[in-house]
Write a protein that binds this ligand. Structure first.
Ligand code: ADP
Ligand code: ZN
Length: 728
């Protein structure tokens, strides 16, 4: 019998529900009306798509965004789901055909624009069918308190009464409590049936930079984010046109978008962006509503947004697929003065007051020296109380010079061990544990410095390397490589202190786009291949497979049907449609390189695990996988979690009585023994539960990544000594 879990896996290709999806689905299957509040990218669609495949009757989805509905239907078709949309853009013949499908009860999901739903023809049609579920997307449109009130949405209340047997789910990404309450009251939902997800988007790197010469700042950023899609938001249409032109002149594939362009131009530009023909959209706020593109990797605010809400909404368009994305706000006081001027021109004094208050909030955000997530989430009614989010400029890019002796030692020792024959780029490859052929051929994956530099991103290492060179630690040698100076030897041998500025966001980590360490060459190859297929089918590339799925393929090298099916985002239908081609492509890549399929362990686990196994806690699953020999990076890739989360699970596993040999964890930290001991001493004093105080006590000298790893070693030692003591 089909269950939500089995549908999630076989149709959508995902192994686990996200936090609130499961309770929402359970609620709907129990016929309880439900309000779902989740941020953009939170996974609202699955909340009604999964039940739609379990109900006998039709699920009607109402949404005001036509482009978005069409996009969803395209994606559902690729997943083999019987869905269709009716709206003003649908041609007569198609319209009749879809009506026919509804009459014959051939559809699971029907997406309707509200104005289409309210036509007599559709109301009569639906009156003759079994409607099991009414899903109201963008439900904030029903509230006059919301930013996007649509009076016609009010009529949904009446439609809902026409289908008393249909369960109703309303979904929105609106965070304001007033709008939430209004939706509930309007639709007559009971209090208990509201599910609110956290609005934090942990994968978004939030960066505020002083605006100096903005065009240069933008092009520098673009140079670090080649081949990635992103949006540059500007204040005015004229600015959009100018910046787009400048970028085009410099050879960037950028297109403009604003309300002053004709419908045709806007539509074409948007479509070309969605299809990955161009990567850069320069736009006013007019762009973005109804954009479903999951793999937008960055958003730049060239100018100050109007308020926090618009900022949050606009940056929220990045990284819907859950992979890292970078958001940069270029901030200048003259921009805020400009905004003030506009506000002072507003005729209505009340409006002026509101706008001023909003601007003040935004400035508090932009000027804050504290974690950016605090003011942002406070605005959305949440408290953010982690010590360090690790994903904003204030938490990562400490602006004054800092002690980077440990990083310098890693870098210099890697220069030494690779024979002082290579450039900085290659040394960084080795530090980051790259699987590039050149590294493997030179057997530099065997070096002790291989992969020990993952606490910094590529561009941060580059930034450091430049500074090392300026400080006289490195010199060019006759082979064009870099070599160590006497001063560098002092750093290595006697711990001479090195300081540098780390005022740079980890862009390359974003460039890699993902926490796992995937094979860049294969990833790019698969992306190209996906684009080719997508163009042939005239669909956006992400309809075929998401970047996340491709990255997983480039990590685990699946070379069989079962292997491919174990990749997140690969369901039965996609396997049938594209499986053979992708498997061939991966084999072609792997065979000459002798790369084995690494999905076997995962396949076995999926085969042996019952389709529905919520009993086993996540930390147990991860802990056991580790015990069975999976490495930390493999766990990160497999369970799509941060390394720190994985370590948290491993610690919990130990604390809950699980065990694995100490030797398995002791190799995790490559810091010198003395430093490790300092950290262990600090754990003895401060406890190992909270790392923030330890991080500070050690003057930020040991990265959070190392602290997490050391904590695991520490706990493992404690457990180990306990158990040996207990042996009679
Ligand atoms: P929203 O409508 O809330 O903005 P979507 O429904 O478009 O978000 O989902 C965002 C992305 O997350 C999509 O690419 C979707 O396929 C993916 N997603 C949703 N649920 C899951 C899940 N349980 N596991 C993995 N990915 C998921
Ligand atoms: Zn932060």
């Amino acid at each position: 019998m089909a269950t939500p879990q089995s549908i999630l896996r076989s149709v959508f290709g995902y192994s686990e529900f996200r936090s609130l999806q499961e309770p929402v689905i359970t609620n709907l299957l129990a016929q309880r009306d439900t309000l779902v509040i989740m941020p953009t990218g939170g996974g609202k669609s699955l909340c009604y798509q999964v039940p739609a495949l379990l109900f006998d009757g039709l699920t009607v989805v109402v949404s005001p965004l036509i482009a978005l509905m069409q996009d969803q239907v395209r994606q559902l078709h690729a997943q083999g789901v019987k869905a269709a949309t009716l709206n003003s853009m649908v041609m007569r013949d198609d319209y009749d055909a879809i009506v026919g499908q509804v009459v014959r009860n051939e559809l699971d999901l029907l997406y309707l624009a509200p104005e289409t739903l309210f036509t007599d023809r559709i109301l009569t049609l639906l009156g003759q069918q079994k409607v099991s579920c009414l899903a109201i997307d963008e439900a904030h449109c029903i509230s006059s308190w919301g930013h996007d009130f649509r009076p016609e949405y009010r009529r949904l209340v009446e439609v809902r009464q026409r289908f008393p047997n249909a369960v109703c789910v309303a979904l929105t990404a609106t965070a304001t409590p007033r709008v939430r309450e209004d939706i509930q009251t309007q639709l007559g939902f009971s209090q208990g049936a509201t599910f609110v997800a956290s609005f934090d988007r942990p994968n978004l790197m939030l960066d505020v930079q002083p605006k100096q010469s903005s065009t240069r700042q933008v092009t520098q950023f673009l140079a670090q984010h080649k081949d990635q899609a992103g949006i540059i938001y500007c204040f005015s249409r004229a600015q959009v046109d100018t910046l787009a032109k400048t970028l085009q002149d410099q050879g960037y594939a950028a297109l403009p978008y604003h309300a002053g362009l004709t419908d045709d131009v806007r539509r074409t530009n948007q479509e070309r962006f969605i299809r990955d023909d161009v990567q850069i959209m320069v736009a006013t706020v007019a762009f973005g509503m109804g954009i479903n593109k999951p793999d937008i990797r960055w958003v730049i605010h060239h100018d100050l947004p109007k308020n926090i809400e618009s900022y949050y909404q606009q940056v929220g368009r990045a990284g819907r697929d859950g992979l890292p994305a970078t958001c940069v706000l270029l901030f200048s006081y003259s921009d805020s003065a400009k905004q003030r001027h506009f506000i002072s021109q507003k005729p209505d004094p009340h409006e002026q007051q509101v706008a001023e208050a909003q601007l003040r909030q935004l400035l508090r955000f932009a000027e804050s020296g504290d974690c950016r997530r605090k003011p942002l989430l406070a605005y959305l009614g949440e408290t953010y109380d982690a010590d360090n989010c690790g994903q904003c400029d204030n938490c990562t890019g400490t602006k004054p010079k800092e002690d980077v002796t440990v990083a310098a030692q890693k870098f210099l020792s890697c220069v030494y061990r690779t024979g002082q024959r290579f450039g900085a780029g290659y040394v960084i490859d080795v530090l980051l544990g790259s699987k590039q052929q050149k590294v493997l051929q030179n057997q530099h994956d065997q070096l002790s410095t291989y992969g020990i530099g993952k606490d910094y991103a590529r561009n941060q290492w580059q930034h450091l390397a430049n500074q090392f060179q300026q400080q006289g630690l490195l010199e060019r040698n006759e082979f064009g490589g870099i070599a160590l100076t006497d001063k560098a030897m002092q750093v290595l041998k006697s711990g001479l202190k090195v300081e540098a500025r780390m005022d740079i966001a980890p862009a390359a980590k974003q460039a890699k786009g993902i926490d796992m360490n995937y094979d860049e060459d294969l990833f790019q190859d698969l992306r190209q291949y996906r684009k080719q297929i997508a163009d042939g089918l005239k669909v956006p590339p992400y309809v075929i497979f998401s970047d996340k799925s491709l990255a997983e393929m480039a990590t685990l090298y699946p070379q069989s049907e079962a292997g491919l099916l174990s990749i997140n985002g690969v369901g039965q239908k996609k396997l049938e449609s594209f499986g053979a081609d992708f498997i061939q492509r991966i084999r072609d890549y792997c065979e000459p390189r002798n790369l084995a399929d690494k999905t076997t362990a995962r396949q076995q686990r999926q085969a042996s695990a019952p389709a529905h196994s919520p009993q086993k806690k996540r930390f147990e699953v991860v802990g056991e996988a580790f015990k069975n020999g999976q490495t930390l990076p493999e766990l990160v890739a497999e369970y799509q979690i941060k390394e720190s989360t994985a370590i948290g699970y491993l610690v919990k596993y130990l604390q809950a009585g699980g065990d694995y040999p100490l030797a398995m964890v002791e190799t995790l930290c490559t810091l010198p023994e003395v430093i490790q001991q300092v950290v262990f001493d600090a754990f003895d004093v401060e406890g190992s539960e909270r790392l923030g105080p330890i991080f500070q006590a050690l003057n930020s000298e040991v990265s959070y990544e190392d602290l997490h790893r050391l904590r695991l070693i520490y706990v493992c030692r404690q457990m180990d000594s306990l158990s040996t003591r207990n042996v009679p």
